[in-house]
Design a protein around this ligand. Structure first.
Ligand code: ATP
Length: 237
């Protein structure tokens, strides 16, 4: 379970999040939607203890992330797939993470296999990875500790159509096994297919939250999205 309660985040007078409250229940996928700059990554960074909220609390499994013993065993996250040492191989990257989390080393090959990276790709330095391969490695790292909560920021970035279909199946099966999954994306059609619930934010505020079916209400998510989010007039900037 993930719980955001009254989260406000201000950066030098600019409000990135404004009194944001929502939950992500276990056994579900919650799609986190909103235009560029809406505050999705900021909310996830606060949840994962990368930055502090100005006001409010964000908890995961009932505790603040920093208070969880060995958090990687409870919460898997993918925030920036590019933030991996380029000189290490995928397998080395995961082995280091496994040692830090106290995860048995054979689990490294299990997750590499689960994300569809071959043995050869696992032995390749990350600098030679495509965007999609980096994304898969990031997802492998998120899965390493067999967490009950997953926080994935735009995990479909760079994945080809097969990769996106694979990601949908993976995320669905994790939720069906009881995981609470929070997944941000701009790919409305993808989210519509996999998410049980939607939280839509704009300008740092929750615009809509509820079951995907109820929110789409006979239309599709894109319809709702355009109804709720007013595009910024960039020509005026
Ligand atoms: N470290 C920071 N310092 C100042 N402002 C920041 C910082 N991080 C984010 N912001 C601002 O907070 C707001 C929300 O940004 P955030 O990255 O959370 O949006 P997002 O919904 O994830 O966007 P995108 O879809 O483009 O990834 C933006 O106005 C952004 O410029």
């Amino acid at each position: 379970m993930i719980e955001f309660t009254g989260i406000t985040k201000r950066y030098r007078g600019r409000t990135a999040l404004d009194d944001v409250s929502f939950t992500v229940p276990p056994g579900s996928v919650t799609g986190f939607l909103g235009p560029n700059g809406a505050g999705k990554t900021t909310a996830m960074r606060i949840l994962l203890g990368h930055t502090r909220a100005t006001v409010g609390t964000a908890t995961v499994l009932g505790s603040r992330y920093a208070e969880l013993p060995n958090p990687g065993r409870h919460v898997g996250s993918l925030l920036d797939a590019g933030a991996v040492h380029p000189g290490r191989t995928g397998r080395e990257t995961l082995r280091i993470a496994a040692r830090m989390m106290g995860v048995p080393i054979p689990q490294v090959d299990t997750v590499l296999n689960r994300v569809g990276l071959t043995r050869r790709e696992g032995s390749t330095r990350v600098r030679a990875y495509s965007l999609g391969m980096r994304q898969r490695l990031g997802i492998a790292q998120a899965l390493l500790g067999e967490p009950r909560v997953l926080v994935l920021d735009e995990p479909a970035n760079g994945l080809d159509p097969q990769g996106m279909a694979w990601l949908r199946t993976l995320v669905r099966s994790l939720a069906d096994d009881g995981c609470a999954v929070l997944l941000s994306s701009h790919l409305l059609h993808e989210v519509e297919q996999v998410a049980d619930r939607i939280v839509m934010i704009g300008n740092g505020r929750v615009l809509a939250a509820g079951s995907t079916r109820e929110l789409a209400a006979g239309h599709d998510l894109e319809h709702l999205y355009f109804q709720l989010t007013t595009p910024t007039d960039r020509s005026a900037e």
